[in-house]
Design a binder for this molecule. Structure first.
Ligand code: A3P
Length: 321
């Protein structure tokens, strides 16, 4: 997180920048509303640059997540699957052994593009693996018109809330779980509301199933081999019978497993600044990875409140958690 002064200065800059009616300064918290989505003030500037300047390529693959839904895991899996002919999975020099998964697939909107220009992405060879937390409504239009493929990973909102709370609490000890629930239930959280984020890609995955693969964290955890095969099919690099027979799928599952990644020195130590001016511990992306961990932090009443809101917001769709 940025220190409070930097944050409030930039917030003032954005809100007073004036003229942009899509920014609604209606929060006492960390976020402002931009085109219907809650974003941190610095992120708004970055998203605008991405929307206006990012040049998609038809063969780009976009990994999309709401924060804390398993971005790090998805990056590790997709990188490993798509690069398995270049980087042997059991090789001593596999990039995952020396790079944090977050750094193997760059984000569109991070580091903040007003500080780090998009030209870094332009230099990447095709097909590019890219990631974003943007909801479908904020994606640069070229991503949609060019038909780029999207892998979307979502997760039970209660587990997302608890994971997010831990992540923020690490750097802001005043952020109570009650406050986190209060804001999250109003949709106020980076890239929120979460239900709109989920629903947007859910609908896209139904109308464009060859272009958008919709995955759930809990289902992936329960059936890893099946999902790794599904990912490879969707990414047009299906496993051969020989690979399946030799256990390549299981090797990928193992290399990208929570325990394996968490134990690697590159992920368990040190800090990195992936946003711009906000160093975070590399280990903060690996906590427990337990499905249903919310039960250790939310009372029955808190859980009921969030469940009720999410159910109501998703009603009319077949999407459930
Ligand atoms: P918890 O806080 O519940 O443990 P993101 O990568 O989007 O920031 O999401 C972080 C969440 O994914 C954390 O959840 C983290 O522990 C979990 N995670 C990280 N690596 C994982 C992996 N290899 N497999 C499953 N979950 C993983």
């Amino acid at each position: 997180m940025a220190d409070a002064q930097t944050e409030s200065n930039h917030k003032a800059g954005v809100l007073e920048g004036g003229g942009d009616e899509s920014i609604v300064p209606q929060t006492q918290g960390l976020w402002v509303r931009y085109q219907g989505c809650w974003l941190r003030p610095l992120a708004v500037q970055s998203v605008k640059i991405v929307q206006e300047q990012f040049e998609a390529r038809p063969d780009d693959i976009l990994l999309v997540t709401y924060p804390k839904c398993g971005t790090t895991w998805l990056k590790a899996l997709v990188f490993t699957i798509t690069n398995r002919f270049r980087h042997a999975i059991t090789g001593d020099d596999h990039p995952l052994l020396t790079h944090h998964p977050q750094d193997l697939v760059p984000f569109l909107e991070m580091p903040y593009r007003q500080l780090h220009p998009l030209s870094d992405l332009e230099k990447l060879p095709s097909p590019r693996l890219l990631s974003t937390h943007l909801p479908v409504t904020l994606l640069p239009p070229c991503v949609v018109t060019l038909g780029c493929r999207v892998v979307y990973l979502c997760r039970s909102p209660k587990d997302v809330l608890v994971s997010l709370w831990h992540f923020i609490y690490k750097v802001n000890k005043n952020y109570s779980i009650d406050k986190a629930l209060e804001l999250f239930s109003k949709g106020e959280s980076s890239y929120g509301p979460i239900w709109e984020h989920n629903l947007g890609f859910w609908k896209e995955s139904i109308s464009n199933s060859d272009r958008v693969l919709f995955l759930k964290y809990d289902e992936m955890m329960a059936q890893l081999v099946k999902h790794v095969k599904m990912l490879a099919e969707f990414l047009r690099v299906p496993f051969t019978e020989e690979e399946v027979r030799c256990g390549v799928v299981e090797e990928i599952v193992h290399l990208c497993s929570f325990d394996k990644l968490k134990s690697m020195p590159v992920n368990s130590s040190g800090v990195s600044d992936r946003i711009g001016g906000e160093p975070m511990e590399n280990s903060s992306f690996f906590r427990t990875a337990k499905v249903g961990d919310w039960a250790n932090y939310l009372t029955e009443e808190m859980a009921k409140k969030l469940d009720g809101i999410v159910e109501e917001k998703l009603s009319g769709s077949d999407l459930t958690f």
